[in-house]
Design a binder for this molecule. Structure first.
Ligand code: KG4
Ligand code: ZN
Length: 363
């Protein structure tokens, strides 16, 4: 089965073509998807000057980019698009992210997907954006480590992006339940806001991690201390707004903060990482899972990836640790198409007439 994925939830216009590979055996999921093309047109340079995403600007840019991006994805995948009404190209279904996200951005992708589904007479599969991030883990990786190729359930999945911080228990395909989430800011949002305070610009994650790295190379003893909110709370929820406020007050009190930006960046990043790791490990133990998976833009953070790997190896050596290739951490359409592939196997299609945008869609 070959799936065209489309993603326009925020500030990336993306299209991708994937197909299924592997075989399914009882109790595990060795079926994965192979990416034939993955095109992402990022608007980061446009939004940078405003210090964050401007929804109206994002929607206009999606309108300009969506068809060229889809065309490129089809061409790169070797799909012969005939373009005649009722003559589908060799695409079996369209997977489209229909929420959560910015309503004006989501609408561009959804209306395009509906039009193509009608013109090509093929079914449509709505995808929850967070579920899409999770399915980045089911994209076949260029790795020699076979453990990564086979994901055993149950799994605990941490999704950390600009809009979401969520721990989920995944017992199988189509069986994903939220066990905790942020009560205020998302982890990516915390990176973005912290970065703004430190004068490092947008997006904050890469900017903060670059500064943090430059500091860690020189110093062994860290003086600046920030809180790890809710790290010991008896649940799997998160809160990052207090950390942001703590940074703000620390900077206000410190007349020399501009000379210590790398040190602040290191401590701020470490505070976020400590909370994410602690809660995920706790959840993995409580639910006695076989696999821990990570997903979302914040998983592009190399320190986070490294520290997770080390702790799981030491504390939970029998748990399989899976994380997506870097290119599938931030928003892309390959992960939407991957989620679509598994839904298509379960016949979870929606007639294009019934497809709606839901900017507050829950997992
Ligand atoms: O998943 P994503 O592309 O979009 C949403 O669904 O929100 O995530 C974007 C977020 C931004 O907040 C960005 O600062 C963060 O991911 N991010 C990072 C890194 N790269 C991107 N955060 C920490 N470290 C990074 N290297
Ligand atoms: Zn996302």
């Amino acid at each position: 089965m070959t799936i065209l994925g489309i993603e326009t939830s925020c500030d990336e216009t993306a299209a991708a073509v994937v197909r299924g590979v592997g075989s399914e055996t009882h109790g595990n999921a060795s079926v994965q998807v192979q990416v034939l093309s993955n095109i992402v047109s990022s608007q980061i340079d446009i939004h940078k000057k405003y210090g964050g995403v401007v929804p109206e600007v994002a929607a206009r840019e999606h309108v300009l980019k969506i068809l060229p991006v889809i065309n490129e994805a089809l061409k790169k995948a070797g799909i012969n698009r005939r373009g005649t009404i009722n003559r589908a190209p060799t695409i079996d279904a369209i997977a489209i992210a229909n929420g959560p996200g910015l309503i004006t951005s989501l609408m561009v992708g959804v209306e395009t997907a509906k039009t193509l589904a009608y013109a090509w007479n093929i079914p449509i599969i709505p995808i929850n954006h967070i579920e899409g991030h999770i399915y980045a883990n089911f994209i076949r990786q260029q790795t020699t480590d076979d453990r990564r190729q086979e994901i055993k359930f149950p799994a605990v999945v941490l999704t950390v992006s600009g809009g979401h911080t969520l721990l989920a228990l995944m017992k199988g395909h189509g069986d994903i339940k939220t066990i905790g989430q942020t009560r205020d800011d998302a982890a990516g949002e915390a990176f973005d806001k912290g970065s703004k305070m430190l004068g490092l610009g947008y997006p904050g994650g890469p900017a903060i991690s670059k500064q943090a790295e430059s500091y860690e190379l020189q110093v062994m003893n860290y003086e600046i201390k920030l809180p790890r909110p809710m790290i010991n709370s008896a649940n799997f929820d998160f809160s990052f707004s207090g950390l942001k406020t703590a940074l703000l007050y620390s900077l206000k009190k410190d007349k020399n903060w501009k000379k210590k930006i790398p040190e602040y960046a290191r401590e701020y990043q470490q505070a976020i990482i400590d909370v994410l790791i602690s809660k995920t490990i706790k959840a993995a133990k409580k639910y006695n899972v076989s696999t821990i998976m990570l997903a979302g833009g914040v998983v592009a953070n190399l320190k986070l990836r490294c520290q997770f790997e080390k702790i799981i190896k030491n504390k939970l050596p029998n748990i399989n640790f899976v994380l997506p290739d870097l290119q599938y951490t931030t928003d892309n359409a390959a992960m939407m198409a991957a989620a679509g592939f598994f839904k298509a196997k379960r016949d979870e299609f929606t007639p294009w007439q019934d497809l709606r945008v839901d900017c507050n869609l829950e997992l």
